[in-house]
Design a protein around this ligand. Structure first.
Ligand code: FAD
Length: 400
């Protein structure tokens, strides 16, 4: 029978395997991952899992049962190479596995902090459950943690570690947290909330060096100031895992380049998730998405492509973040917005929405504790519904 191999057993890989069966693939499916755990959800890692409110068994993507019933073989291995002319992959054990169809779902890895002292013990990254296990052994109450990076991961980690009673400092190199992704007033809102929760948030704070004797003790900033630290968590973005694709001669440009059907230029190879870069007609440019929703959408499309159907990647990207009692939900990408409209007051409230418009049309929304605004925004953006600023401010359309 035919064999489909999937490299990377996380959100994209697990969905692709499940979707292959749904789409009618009757041959073998081998889902290969190198984390020695059944596929689990990554978002809780910086949220409930770090805060100790969930164990690994509670955040798996599917039950163990599911894989056996669906005849999906989970293989704990690291893939070293793809040989396209031979139609096989090479595992780190030297073993080879042939494929008829291959899917790349290799995801991303944390960008490394490149300063003197970055290799000291006590310097952590947060991408895998194993990373969190390490952080949790040293994250005991009263200890001082310095988080490098004021993006979603940095801020979620700050909130989770405050819940564990650590002293938390967040260093953001630019002028504001979430600079890459939100409007200035939304950044100001998150800075206010974190300060109210006891986090020392510092912007324009660039790390020059980490010092310590084997274990990190201090962070030095380029201003000359130093901050004592018992542990450091670095959250300064990710880089796509494209080495395999690159070495196999596939086109890579900030991610494995895929078309609307999740195809690479090799007819037998599809790709999905954080490792891909996709030309999105909606945004008029190639984008590498980093979200569970995009990984899922691309994986479903990739599976249908493998089964000879012709579905296209079309769903609106969306994202979420949990910090303290705040549930942030984001619909769409705000790239190129020329106007923002607020419903609620971000300088005072703990619930509001920030609507992003371009040429009078809604293109994205950040909704904080406003699930109905989020639902409405997704629909309005997808269907290009006309929006009325006054009604947006009242959150009125969300009720219609
Ligand atoms: P990944 O999850 O990166 O998985 C790739 C897998 O492939 C990994 O297990 C890797 O070890 C394995 N692999 C790579 N190379 C090989 C190889 N050669 N051989 C074998 N295995 C290999 N997204 C949201 O939408 N909402 C959130 O709230 C959110 N929170 C997040 C919080 C944290 C702490 C992190 C780290 C991410 C968060 N994300 C969130 C992003 C989301 O987790 C990613 O978009 C998603 O995991 C992408 O899935 P993926 O399968 O493409 O890649």
């Amino acid at each position: 029978s035919q064999r489909a191999l999937i490299i990377g057993a996380s959100h994209a890989g697990a969905q692709l395997a499940a979707s292959l069966r749904q789409e009618g693939w009757s041959g073998e499916i081998v889902l290969i991952g190198d984390e020695s755990a059944a596929p689990y959800q990554r978002p809780p890692l910086s949220k409930a899992y770090l805060a100790g409110k969930r164990v690994l068994d509670e955040i798996t993507i599917r039950s163990a049962d599911f894989y056996s019933k669906q005849r999906i073989q989970l293989l704990d291995a690291h893939v070293e190479a793809i040989d396209r002319s031979a139609g096989h992959i090479v595992l780190s054990t030297g073993e080879t596995l042939t494929y008829d169809k291959l899917a790349l779902c290799t995801g991303a890895r944390p960008r490394q902090l490149r300063v003197p002292g970055a290799e000291l013990a006590g310097v952590h990254y947060l991408r895998t459950a194993a990373d969190v296990e390490m952080i949790r052994t040293s994250a005991t109450p009263g200890r001082r943690v310095v988080i490098v990076g004021g993006g979603y991961i940095g801020l979620e980690t700050a909130a989770s570690l405050r819940a564990l009673d650590l002293e938390v400092t967040v260093l953001e190199a630019t002028t504001r947290v979430l600079e890459r992704v939100t409007a200035p007033d939304v950044s100001t809102f998150f800075e206010r909330i974190h300060r109210e929760e006891g986090v020392d948030i510092r912007t324009n704070a660039r790390v020059d060096a980490l010092t310590g004797d084997r274990t990190v003790r201090e962070v030095t900033l380029d201003s000359g100031e130093s901050i004592p630290a018992d542990l450091i968590i670095v959250g300064i973005g990710v880089e796509p895992n494209t080495d395999l694709a690159d070495a196999a001669g596939l086109v890579v440009d900030n991610g494995v380049v895929i078309d609307d059907h999740a195809r690479t230029e090799d007819p037998d190879i599809v790709a999905a998730g954080d490792c891909t870069s996709h030309d999105m007609a909606r945004y008029g440019r190639r984008i590498r998405m980093e979200s569970v929703s995009s990984a899922g959408e691309q994986a479903k499309v990739a599976a249908s492509t493998v089964c000879g159907k012709s579905r296209k990647i079309a769903a609106l990207p969306w994202f979420w973040s949990d910090q303290y009692d705040l549930k942030l939900q984001i619909a769409g990408l705000n790239t190129g917005y020329d106007e923002v409209v607020f419903s609620g007051d971000p300088t005072r409230d703990r619930d509001f929405s920030c609507f992003y418009l371009r040429g009078g049309k809604l293109i994205a929304a950040d909704c904080i504790n406003r699930p109905r605004d989020f639902m409405f925004s997704k629909r309005a953006i997808m269907q290009q519904l006309p929006v009325d600023r006054a009604e947006l401010m009242l959150g009125g359309l969300a009720r219609s």
